[in-house]
Design a protein around this ligand. Structure first.
Ligand SMILES: Nc1ncnc2c1ncn2[C@@H]1O[C@H](COP(=O)(O)OP(=O)(O)OP(=O)(O)O)[C@@H](O)[C@H]1O
Length: 296
């Protein structure tokens, strides 16, 4: 399996971790080398407890390896310059309540800027702009604690984007969201990527991973066990089995329908295109074939 199309470029984030052991002695992650390159969306997939959150939290030095090194934008991160990693690598937590601390949404987004010495009208302008970017401008006077899960996720994302990071990390960005909010967050992820920010996310939703990711990284038992394009990873049955994952719906449907051709569809759009080529009306295909979802 190939690694990724950006392997010869300088990484924005380069983590070399020998292991991460939590205070109670649990090893959350074994030896893992993980890099994030410019202009890519990376999806981490794997079963419960595979080590996805542990790996993500190393990328902005929220967690540090027992032994190893984190380099962000060419700077080795130490105890003294963790703020550099926090600013360059914005982290949107799954549990947004841990991230939203101020009395109003606008104050919350401003809080990050104030931490980096920016206040006044310019700070407010930037905070409002970040909220508008995620379609959350109307929430600026609301109390963060009372927002819905999806709204909190968007406000958390605004709080990260306002600091103009090079990489945005999202831990389970779709967890607990209804289909419409999921679509909104997925659209924002694409938009962030189009604006030149690299994205690393973890997800149990392999259809979503297939749709948004340039590269999929598979974790199992605290190790990275596979890495490649969605097509490479999701057609590797041995790898998926090792990580206790099922292929995305498009692959299962194509196989069940005996359509597993060289085209190797991975997304719903791929499958619809493939079936349309064979003369089936696309509305029928959408309605009849793709109402299931994979789990892991
Ligand atoms: N604070 C902690 N203290 C002790 N062990 C922890 C802690 N956080 C995670 N672990 C353990 O580390 C391992 C990896 O957990 P992690 O949360 O990184 O997995 P994950 O792939 O994100 O899982 P999930 O998909 O269920 O969120 C698990 O065995 C977990 O129990």
């Amino acid at each position: 399996m190939s690694t990724d199309r950006s392997e010869e470029r300088t990484p924005l984030v380069d983590l070399q971790c020998k292991a991460h052991t939590y205070p109670d002695g649990t090893v959350g992650m074994h030896e893992v080398d993980f890099s994030v390159y410019p202009d890519e969306v990376v999806a981490l997939v794997g079963g419960n407890g595979a080590g996805k959150s542990t790996l993500l939290e190393h990328l902005n030095a929220t967690l540090v390896p027992d032994k190893g090194e984190l380099v962000v934008d060419g700077t080795a991160i130490t105890e003294d310059n963790k703020a550099h990693a926090r600013k360059a690598v914005g982290f949107v937590f799954q549990d947004a309540d841990t991230q939203l601390v101020a009395p109003t949404v606008l104050d919350d987004v401003l809080f990050g800027l104030q931490n980096y010495g920016m206040a006044g009208e310019e700070a407010e302008r930037r905070a409002r702009e970040a909220l508008a970017t995620v379609d959350a401008a109307h929430l600026e006077d609301r109390v963060p604690h009372y927002l819905s899960g999806g709204e909190k996720r968007l406000v958390g994302l605004a709080g990260v984007l306002v600091l103009e990071p090079s990489v945005v990390v999202l831990d389970e960005p779709l967890a607990g969201l209804d289909p419409e909010r999921s679509r909104l967050v997925a659209d924002r992820i694409r938009q962030i990527h189009e604006e030149g920010i690299s994205v690393v996310l973890s997800t149990h939703d392999l259809e979503f991973a297939a749709e948004v990711a340039d590269r999929v990284c598979v974790m199992a038992d605290g190790n990275v066990v596979g890495n490649g394009t969605p097509r490479e990873v999701f057609y590797d049955d041995e790898l998926l089995e090792r990580a206790n994952l099922h292929p995305p719906a498009a692959i299962r449907v194509a196989r069940d329908a005996g359509l597993d051709t060289g085209a190797r569809p991975v997304t719903e759009a791929d499958l619809v295109a493939l079936l349309s080529d064979r003369g089936a009306p696309s509305e029928t295909i959408r309605a009849e074939s793709l109402d299931g979802s994979s789990g892991d």
